[in-house]
Design a protein around this ligand. Structure first.
Ligand code: HEM
Ligand code: MG
Length: 330
């Protein structure tokens, strides 16, 4: 059975993470990389397996050790992602595309297609990746990075900071609204979109620097080159998505989606909002997970139930007081 996730780091101080034990190495044929600049970087430095085929426990350890991501937040992100994009039987997930390296797939409609999979965790309005509708939702996109640069210059004095993050998120929403007929911004993407807006500020700035201003060459190092800057220290003290409320409150939106044409955004009352973490948990289990695994049996059911327990445990650790749901019995 899948082993439980680790607890928080014993020592969460700022330490050198681009160290001699974790050198950057360039990609080998077949190595998987995907939409997350942090996981890509951790794999390229050996905090994760360099081939990009990973277990949930490896991801929790890597994001804690390499970036100081807070434990309960890491666990929720990892188990929700794993349950829809990973292989519960082999306990492996690709941080990029679908690959036979994650083992034999469970029966359809399960997809086990890695982090590139659209609308389970990956979604629209990414800062440096295009919307799925435009063909490639996972590769670094220079045009989008130039927006990141422009907004940092205009609103951050040449750095990416909370003001630049806020204005860029608003721009990206409008851009997708007006250009992507399939644009969607419902849970879980709603949560990850606002978290990711502040992640570069919370995690990509050297831990000895408390300015909250991310240098644009450092940003490119993570987003494009999947490399820690030379001598990079992780942040001091565990943190998660602090700052997201500032981004949201400047330009509040309702969850929803375009209806097959541009600029046809319609409110979706079935989606959790940012202030409804338990509805997020419940709908993720009963909608996203159950639609991929309508009727699992045997080892598959057992593995799903254990991973679902780890997902629920993460909500408890985050202090959310949700009611546990059991789609496959207790
Ligand atoms: C995307 C950072 C942990 C899965 C992103 C993006 C950032 C980021 C900045 C947005 C990329 C963009 O907008 O162009 C981080 C940091 C992490 C972390 C700093 C840890 C400290 C994780 C974990 C998972 C994950 C634990 C899941 C196992 C993803 C996925 C996306 C993504 C699926 C694509 C979402 C999208 O933009 O459409 N990450 N991430 N990340 N991350 Fe991470
Ligand atoms: Mg995306």
């Amino acid at each position: 059975p899948p082993p439980p996730p680790p607890g928080p780091l014993a020592n969460d101080s700022a330490i050198l993470v681009n160290d001699a034990d974790h050198p950057y190495m360039s990609l080998q044929p077949g190595d998987q990389r995907g939409p997350c600049p942090a996981l890509n970087t951790l794999a390229s430095h050996g905090y994760l397996p360099r081939n990009g085929i990973v277990t949930p426990v490896q991801i929790v350890n890597a994001v804690q050790e390499g970036f100081n991501l807070e434990n309960s937040f890491a666990r929720f992100l990892v188990y929700s992602t794993f349950l829809v994009n990973g292989n519960p039987i082999t306990n492996l997930m690709s941080i990029g595309d679908a690959t036979s390296a994650t083992g034999q797939n469970p029966p359809a409609p399960a997809t086990v297609a890695g982090l590139d999979t659209h609308n389970n965790c990956e979604g629209d309005t990414s800062m440096t990746r295009a919307d799925f509708y435009f063909g490639d939702n996972h590769s670094f996109n220079e045009t989008r990075f130039q927006n990141f640069v422009t907004f940092s210059n205009e609103y951050g004095g040449g750095k990416f900071n909370l003001t630049a993050a806020t204005e860029l998120r608003h721009f990206l929403f409008q851009d997708s609204l007006l250009n992507n007929p399939t644009f969607s911004m419902v849970s879980p993407r709603l949560f990850t979109a606002y978290g990711e807006s502040v992640f570069p500020i919370n995690f990509f700035i050297d831990g000895r620097d408390t300015s909250g201003q991310l240098d644009l060459d450092v940003a490119r190092s993570f987003f494009q080159n999947m490399t820690f800057p030379t001598d990079f220290y992780r942040r001091n003290g565990a943190i998660s998505n602090e700052g997201y409320e500032t981004v949201f409150n400047a330009y509040p939106i309702v969850p929803g989606a375009n209806q097959g044409t541009v600029n046809s955004y319609k409110y979706d009352p079935t989606s959790a909002t940012l202030s409804e973490p338990c509805k997020r948990y419940t709908t993720f289990v009963l909608r996203n997970i159950q639609s991929l695994y309508p009727n699992p049996t045997g080892n598959l059911r057992e593995a799903l139930n254990i991973n679902l327990q780890y997902l629920f445990d993460a909500t408890v650790a985050a202090g959310e007081n949700c009611t546990q749901v059991f789609p496959y019995g207790q």
